[in-house]
Structures are given as C-alpha cells and as structure tokens.
Design a protein around this ligand. Structure first.
Ligand code: HEC
Ligand code: HEC
Ligand code: HEC
Ligand code: HEC
Ligand code: HEC
Length: 466
C-alpha cells in the first residue's frame, strides 16, 4: 500500500483523480445499495446517483492517464517516451496489482450503475417529475387517466434498442433547452416523431379483441341546491374484432390514409380508404379541393392509427367543470352540501383564456372565500359541518389548479381530444367522395353511425326498460 500512496503522492493531478474516483465510487456503492434495498423515490437523489456521481468517477478516471500524458510530453519534447513496465521491480508490481484490482472493481460498479441508470431514466418519476415545470401538466393529467399505472415510456419509447437510442439522442438537446429555459410553451403537439401505435398501444391492446358496443355513461351535476346528479347513457358502436363494417374500430381493419390541411391536424383535406375487400375510394374536403397540390407540398400523408383518435389516452386536459364533476362523483367534493357545485363554478368564473400566474392566484383567493358564503347563507350547515365544507373547498382548489397551467400556457383548449366530435367531424359529415361512383357518397355524419341516441337516466333503468 505504501508504494501505491507514494506513486500517487508524486503527482497532485494523479492524486486528485484518485481522490475523485475513490470518493465517488464509495458513494455510488452506498447509493445503489440504498436504491436496491429501499428504492430512491426522490427524483433529485436519482439524478445525483445516476448522472452526477458517474460523471465525477469518469473525470477522476481521465485525470490519471491525462497526468501521465502531460508528464511524458514535458519530459521529452517531440520524442515519445513509453513507460517501461518491469514487473520484476517490486514497486511497479504493486502498482500494477493495485490497478488491475481497482479496474475490475470500478468496472463492476459502473456496469451495475449503467443498468440502474437506464432503469431510472425509464421511470415515470424521471419523465414526469425531474424537469417538473415542463412536464407537470402532462404528469398531473396522467395521474387521473386510465393509464396512471402505465409508465410514460411504454407509449413514448416502446420496446427495442433503436427507439431507445433515438429517445436518448433527442433527449440530450432537450436537456440543454430545459437548462437555458428556451423550450416551447406549450410543448408542440401533434408529436410528429411519436412511435406508431402498433409498436406501443398494441402491445397491451389487441385490436382483434374489440367486439360489439360499449355502454357509455356520463355523470354530471346540476348547479341547483341539491347538486342533482344527471346520468347520460348511450351505446358506443366500438365494434371491429377484425370485422370490417362493424363500427368505430373498423378504421383499423383496412387502411385509411389522410392528408391534414394544417400542421395541427385540426382540419383534414383528403382521405383514401383501402377496404378489407381490396376496394379503394378517395374523399376530399370541398373547401380544399382546389388547393390539394399546394397542401401536399407542406403536409405529410399519414396512416391513421390509434393515436388519431386516442391522442389524449394518458393526458387529457379536460375543462374545469368536467374534472369538478368527476371529483363530486368520487365524493372528494361532498354533494350533500347545498349549492357546492354552483359556488365552485361561480368562484372560478368563465375561463376564456389561459390565466396568468397572478390571475390564477386571484381565482384561488376567490375559491378560498367560498366557506364565507356558507357562514352567511347556511349558518346551521356551516356550524355542524364546517370540516366537510373545508375539505370540499380544498378539493375545488386542487381541481382548479389541476386544469390550468399558466407556466406552460396550457388550458382545456390547448390540446384537442380527437376521440370526441371535434376529432370525428374533421372527416365525418365533411368530406365527400372525390369522384362519382365510389361505394359511399361521403364520409357519413349520421347520428346513429357511431352511437345510439344519448338518453338521460341511470343505465340500470334504461336496460331494464328495454
Ligand atoms: C397511453 C400512452 C401514453 C402514456 C402512458 C403517456 N403518453 Fe404522453 N403522449 C401520448 C400520445 C399519443 C401523445 C401525442 C399526442 C398528439 O400527438 O396529439 C403524447 C404527447 C405527449 C407530450 C406532448 C404534449 C402533449 O400533451 O401532447 C408530452 C409532453 C407528453 N406526452 C408527456 C408524457 C409524460 C410526462 C408521461 C408520463 C407521466 C406520458 N406522456 C405518458 C401517449 C402517452
Ligand atoms: C403497458 C400497457 C399499455 C399500453 C402500452 C397502452 N395501454 Fe391503454 N390501457 C392499459 C390499461 C392497463 C388500461 C386500463 C384498463 C382498465 O382500466 O380497465 C388501459 C385503458 C385504455 C383505454 C380505455 C380507457 C377507458 O376510458 O376505459 C383506451 C382507450 C386505451 N387504453 C388506449 C390506449 C392507446 C391509444 C395506447 C397507445 C397510445 C395505449 N392505450 C397504450 C394498458 C396500456
Ligand atoms: C381521417 C378521417 C376520419 C376520422 C378523423 C374519423 N373517421 Fe370514421 N371513417 C373514416 C372513413 C374513411 C370511413 C370509412 C368509409 C368507407 O368505408 O366508405 C369511416 C368509417 C367510420 C365508421 C363506420 C365503420 C363501419 O363501416 O362500420 C364509424 C362508426 C366511424 N367511422 C366512427 C368514427 C369516430 C367515432 C371517429 C372519431 C372518434 C371517426 N370515425 C373519425 C374516416 C375518418
Ligand atoms: C376512429 C377513431 C378510433 C380509432 C382509430 C381507435 N379507436 Fe379506440 N375507441 C374509439 C372510441 C370513440 C371509443 C369509445 C370510447 C367511449 O366509450 O367513450 C373507443 C374505445 C376504445 C377502448 C375501450 C374499449 C371498450 O370496449 O370500451 C380501447 C381499449 C381502445 N379504444 C383502444 C384502441 C386501440 C388500441 C386502437 C388502435 C389499434 C384504437 N382504439 C383505435 C375510437 C377509436
Ligand atoms: C363519427 C362518429 C359520430 C357521429 C356521426 C356522431 N357522434 Fe355523437 N359522439 C361521438 C363520440 C366519439 C362521442 C364522445 C363519447 C365520449 O365522450 O365518450 C360522442 C358524444 C355525443 C354526445 C355527448 C354525450 C355525452 O357524453 O354527454 C352527444 C349528445 C352526441 N354525441 C350526439 C350526437 C348527435 C346528435 C349526432 C348527429 C348529429 C352525433 N352525435 C353524431 C361520435 C359521433
């Protein structure tokens, strides 16, 4: 050991390198063990362990050979001098053994760290919380979605090495833009480079397994004294099972290509359907009939897949009132408190534009005043159920804050959800057959194509009355 210390002491740079490696590898071993045993929940501890510490080790490892190189250059200008390794020299032998031993140790530690680092970068904690200012809106909406336990990367990267490498390559400039703060607000959508859904969604949802209709119930509340519950029920003709002409999912049986009229895909100029029987037909939006050549130069034809309807499967930015109704259904807001929905809606007011941070704070103050209304108008309720009122008002506040994101300039209208009329009526009821003689005169917009007439009433009552 003495000779090793002596060897390091000869050169301060070498010593610094050794010190960095020694300390960082020690800490790495400790942190990785901690992660394996207890799990690192905190995103910043993850960053320190899997990004900062390995960088320090790497710097330390570079310093040792860098020092030898500098030394050689200074010693023999012009003439390269290679160190003579003589293992019969006990001093050199000890140095060599020391290096062989530590190299193996460092290699083992770094292999484990690389593996754990990749695993860490794939977690929802990393994607959703590390640069939380940017991803907070998506992360918030995601936690309310049916995909709340599906990690971001299942849809955004999917399996296999090529897309993994692609995502890490595009991640490097993103890290830079995040650090200097010049990222787009809101983040642009549609995401053009998103992986096709057959490699992501279809790993979990197998299109051939969709059958028949599903009963869709939509629960809302009136703004009256009782917060009366209203249930709207209808059958959605989801269909498919690989069967052409069976309903909504039969878009996935043949092939539908479309040309968006604008980059945001809010309007569609042209569609070509290739049906399962091999027949083809083209449809065109009459508004753009004469501009198709121009549009083709700017926009790309796209093969329709799951994401052209389910673009908001994991992070749907719904309007405040819809999220409020969901919170009442989950009883986070107590519907037995008179007028609680009306008071929430009035405190928040019409959201006509995305509020600034100051406006958002102002609205929060108005929500915090809601208990005053009960104190003045319903003193007996306020006396006996003060805690319930306070819990409900707190939930109204959270709901409001979870639906407007001033920092990223995101509100309910920023990202449309194509799985609603807004999406369907880009083609249905708009595009006509491009040439006479096709099977269909247009892409139909008839009310019973996609669902039955919506009926007000609990599903149980409706079915028993059928
Ligand atoms: C079920 C699949 C799925 C999951 C899980 C998912 N996303 Fe997405 N995400 C999408 C799709 C599809 C789009 C593209 C939307 C479009 O092009 O209109 C998208 C778009 C985005 C965008 C671009 C802006 C926007 O809202 O359109 C961001 C940012 C984003 N996702 C972040 C996340 C984060 C962070 C997570 C995890 C907390 C996550 N996503 C989880 C499917 C998913
Ligand atoms: C890792 C598996 C996984 C992936 C990948 C995945 N999903 Fe899901 N999906 C689920 C699970 C789990 C549910 C919840 C099922 C439930 O609640 O019954 C779900 C639910 C859904 C629902 C039903 C939502 C509802 O309201 O009932 C839709 C629609 C959906 N996914 C579409 C998609 C689309 C589109 C993609 C690709 C962008 C996708 N999924 C990717 C696992 C996945
Ligand atoms: C890009 C254009 C486009 C969009 C967007 C679109 N569709 Fe379609 N849809 C078509 C075309 C094309 C057909 C097939 C017409 C034909 O075969 O002649 C079709 C057919 C259908 C059918 C009849 C299928 C059958 O034969 O049983 C249903 C139901 C349907 N669409 C529902 C929807 C719903 C619901 C949405 C929105 C969530 C939607 N479509 C969005 C283009 C579109
Ligand atoms: C033309 C638009 C469209 C396309 C394309 C589409 N879906 Fe759907 N999907 C819908 C609509 C509309 C519903 C019914 C939603 C509802 O119940 O409110 C639905 C329902 C679902 C459900 C819930 C199943 C159920 O029976 O309730 C899942 C899961 C799903 N889709 C996954 C997918 C996957 C995966 C793909 C791609 C292979 C896909 N969808 C393609 C429009 C579409
Ligand atoms: C191309 C398919 C399609 C056509 C055509 C269509 N709808 Fe819809 N409709 C949908 C989808 C998809 C939804 C969204 C379901 C959801 O929110 O889960 C919807 C939702 C609705 C709702 C809202 C129900 C609720 O959740 O409160 C009403 C009302 C409605 N449609 C009425 C109509 C009427 C009236 C027509 C005829 C003018 C029509 N629809 C034509 C696809 C269609």
């Amino acid at each position: 050991m003495n000779s090793v210390i002596r060897w390091f002491e000869q050169r301060p740079l070498r010593l610094a390198g050794f010190f960095l490696v020694f300390v960082s590898v020690g800490l790495l071993v400790f942190m990785v063990l901690l992660d394996i045993i207890a799990g690192l929940e905190n995103p910043y501890l993850g960053i320190i362990t899997y990004m900062i510490l390995p960088t320090i080790t790497a710097i330390g490892l570079i310093l040792v050979p860098l020092d030898s190189w500098l030394q050689r250059r200074r010693a023999a200008r012009g003439e390269p001098v290679y160190p003579v390794i003589d293992l019969s020299n006990p001093f050199q032998r000890r140095i060599a053994i020391f290096f062989a031993g530590t190299s193996v140790l460092i290699l083992v530690v770094l292999t484990v760290v690389t593996y754990k680092a990749i695993e860490f970068m794939d977690t929802t904690t990393f994607c959703g919380e590390v640069c939380h200012k940017i991803m907070r809106p998506e992360f918030t909406a995601y936690q309310r979605s049916p995909h709340a336990s599906v990690s971001c990367i299942e849809c955004h990267i999917g399996p296999g090495a090529p897309w993994f490498v692609r995502s890490k390559l595009s991640g490097a400039p993103q890290t830079y833009h995040y650090t200097v703060g010049d990222y787009p607000r809101p983040i642009e959508s549609p995401v053009k480079a998103l992986r096709p859904s057959r490699d992501t969604c279809e790993n979990c949802h197998w299109p051939k397994e969709f059958y028949g209709s599903t009963l869709e119930t939509d629960i809302t509340y009136r703004t009256d004294r009782e917060n009366t519950r209203v249930v709207t029920t209808m059958f959605m003709r989801v269909g498919s099972g690989g069967v052409p002409g069976s309903g909504i999912h039969s878009h996935m049986v043949g092939e539908i290509h479309y040309l968006p009229a604008v980059e945001k895909r809010t309007e569609i100029a042209w569609v070509r359907v290739k049906r399962a029987d091999g027949s083809m037909q083209e449809f065109v939006n009459p508004v753009y009939r004469d501009d198709l050549d121009e549009i083709r130069k700017k926009e790309e034809v796209r093969l329709m897949d799951c994401i052209d309807c389910h673009n908001r499967a994991a992070h749907d930015f719904e309007p405040f009132e819809e999220v409020l109704d969901e919170a009442i259904t989950r009883q986070e807001i107590d519907p037995t408190i008179p007028f609680i929905k009306r008071e929430a809606i009035e405190a928040v007011g019409d959201i006509e534009h995305i509020p600034t941070e100051a406006e958002q704070a102002e609205t929060v103050r108005r929500i915090e005043q809601v208990p005053k209304f009960y104190e003045e108008e319903f003193p007996e309720i306020y006396e006996s159920r003060r805690r319930d009122v306070e819990i409900s008002v707190e939930a109204i506040k959270t709901t409001y804050l979870e639906t407007t994101f001033p920092h990223m300039r995101i509100g309910p209208d920023t990202y449309p959800n194509w799985r609603t009329h807004t999406g369907c009526f880009r083609c249905h009821g708009v595009l006509e057959s491009a040439s006479p003689g096709g099977r269909d005169p247009d892409i139909s917009g008839e009310c019973d194509l996609c669902h039955t007439q919506p009926i007000m009433g609990e599903p149980g009552e409706l079915i028993s009355g059928m």
